[in-house]
Design a protein around this ligand. Sequence first.
Ligand code: SF4
Length: 101
Amino acid sequence: MKIIIEREKCQGHGRCAALAEGVYSLDEEGYIETQSGDVPPDREREAYEGARGCPERVIVIEKNLMNEDPPDVLPMVSASCDPYDGAALGQTPPTGSDEMD
Ligand code: SF4
């Protein structure tokens, strides 16, 4: 498993390191300093938990699903990725009665 750190998105919340101090570390200003790279198998669960805790989605998990078992904990998907999640935009989801004739 590999982690990709999109450091430019980091806002310094520190949740990644609080949840997974064995994987993620912060610099003196509180921003993530961990570099992208491979995660040892015994640290994968911790790496997922830290990634899930990041509200800015700075940490991307890259996993070769063809060769590995699925993790116990899956990363959350941002609600903004769901085109039918109108609540985030103040809209209601489309219904069948909205179709044009
Ligand atoms: S939780 Fe996310 S935003 Fe906060 S320090 Fe860690 S990587 Fe940066």
